[in-house]
Design a binder for this molecule. Structure first.
Ligand SMILES: Cc1ncc(COP(=O)(O)O)c(C=O)c1O
Length: 480
């Protein structure tokens, strides 16, 4: 018990148990929230006052609060009080499976692809890196910067990408962007200045990327797709597969192709080895450019992640990476590893200085990578996502055995194949249950020749831990 009672703060009944004090306190608080004893929105005492009340170190309380914020049970904003998170669902309520009231415009259960679990963002480690980065940065780091981005981050990325992704990277030819979307805007400007030839894309892909390219005046042309994935050999073999003459004409004029080789988005397979070879051969022979979108290449579960295509032909491939899946999309940090001949044009498109990416976040990410925290974080969340993927596969096998699940070897989403003609109604039924999922149709290029497939694209990485079980239950109810 405390040596002296604090007269400030609010009372909280909590009984840490077990061997470690911090773990005991974390478990006791989590249990209080899980059981519903501490309702969503409840204000907790400051770490100082609870530490005084319990007679333990303030750091111990702050650490327990930090762990529970990271898990999504509590929320804390700078300079404000710590509270029980609004979305923290008590276990008793979970058993009754209510449909929670969604925030306006957001589903109660979010399985839309495109986001990692934001509650798993490594706040404590990120703060440490930010503190170290700011303390050791030169004053000119706060000025207008090199259009390529901070040299500390480019150097850290060159080391990480060559070690972990097989990229051949020189910091001189890395350019920092605010995500792959921004990188594609820059490349769109470059390609339209180079003549505006329509770039090839995949028959299934991210619609927002096609729109970004078309805003730069580049109408995209889909490469054919079959059971082995994107048919890159169509670029080299004279386009023989029963395409319309318009499409053949457009593909003949292609000078650049946007691909997701490590993990096709959204279908989920890696680019077939023969097709990797075919696109590299095409680029070398014609001087074409491959834009390699490596959005989630770190997340592979059945084997070592597939190395980047860029390593095979660094003079012809633009490697595009992002922190959006490995850390959080809100950071808005991505990178281009460029063929040296392309760097000046990309820098011209970016502007004479770095208008778009804040230097403090760049320095923090550099420190985060060089200190080893990035590797530790990726390895830890990779394990958590693999467990979720396994839980998804098991639950579907039990509750929806007719649904075929594909694209599960990597990434943070899976494709669930549905009976023909049912996709729209299933997405609608899900929405009525408060469940957000995407139908595959939105990712099919308007000019794609592949037969439409009815399927759901399920982002199992998206929900925070406390909402995951409810989201999985809701999905199984919809598909049962
Ligand atoms: C295929 C694909 N590429 C790239 C990204 C990341 O884009 P950004 O780095 O702009 O957040 C995503 C995110 O959902 C994606 O699905």
């Amino acid at each position: 018990m405390a040596k002296g009672w604090a007269t400030y703060g609010v009372d909280l009944h909590v009984e840490p148990s077990g061997s470690g004090v911090r773990k005991g306190l974390t478990d006791a608080l989590r249990e209080a929230v899980r059981s519903g004893r501490l309702a969503p929105g409840t204000r907790l005492p400051s770490s100082r006052s609870l530490a005084a009340d319990l007679g333990i170190a303030r750091n111990t309380v702050a650490g327990a609060y930090g762990d529970l914020v990271a898990e999504g049970w509590l929320t804390a904003r700078q300079g404000s009080v710590t509270r029980v998170a609004d979305g923290a669902v008590p276990q008793s309520a979970r058993r009754r499976r209510p449909v929670p009231r969604p925030e306006p415009g957001r589903p109660a259960y979010d399985l839309c692809p495109g986001s990692p679990d934001l509650a798993s963002f490594p706040r404590t480690e990120w703060l440490k890196a930010a503190r170290r980065a700011l303390a050791s940065s030169p004053y000119d780091a706060l000025g207008y910067g090199d259009p390529r981005g901070r040299v500390e981050l480019r150097t850290a990325l060159a080391g990480y990408l060559s070690r972990a992704r097989g990229v051949r990277a020189d910091p001189e030819h890395i350019v920092i962007a605010s995500g792959i979307s921004h990188a594609l805007m820059l490349l769109g400007t470059v390609l339209s200045r180079r003549g505006g030839h329509p770039p090839a894309v995949e028959s299934y892909g991210l619609d927002t990327h096609w729109k970004l390219l078309s805003r730069a005046g580049l109408a995209t042309v889909p490469l054919p797709y079959d059971e082995l994935g994107t048919r890159t050999e169509e670029l080299t073999e004279g386009l023989t597969s029963g395409l319309t003459s318009d499409l053949i004409d457009d593909l003949t004029g292609v000078r650049a192709v946007l691909l997701t080789p490590a993990h096709q988005f959204p279908m989920g397979a890696p680019l077939h080895p023969d097709r990797r070879a075919a696109v590299v051969e095409w680029a070398r022979r014609t001087g074409g450019l491959v834009l390699e979108d490596d959005y989630d290449g770190e997340f592979r579960y059945d084997r070592q992640p597939i190395g980047a295509l860029q390593g095979l032909a660094p003079d012809h491939v633009v490697y595009l990476g992002t922190a959006s899946k490995s850390l959080a999309p809100g950071l808005r940090l991505g990178w281009l590893v460029l063929p040296p001949s392309l760097t000046p044009e990309v820098l011209m498109a970016k502007g004479g200085t770095d208008w778009s990416c804040g230097s403090l976040d760049q320095l923090t990410l550099a420190e985060f990578i060089t200190s080893g925290a990035y590797d530790r974080h990726v390895r830890s969340v990779r394990l958590r996502y693999r467990r979720r993927r396994d839980a998804l596969v098991d639950a579907l096998r039990e509750h929806a055995p007719g649904v075929r699940t594909t694209g599960i070897a990597a990434g943070l989403h899976a494709v669930l194949q549905l009976p023909p003609g049912t996709e729209e109604s299933v997405v609608r039924a899900a929405a009525e249950q408060g469940l957000g999922v995407h139908g595959l149709a939105r990712y099919r290029h308007a000019r794609a020749t592949v037969d439409p497939l009815d399927a759901l694209v399920v982002g199992y990485g998206t929900p925070p831990d406390h909402a995951w079980v409810g989201a999985l239950d809701a999905l199984c109810r919809v598909l049962r």
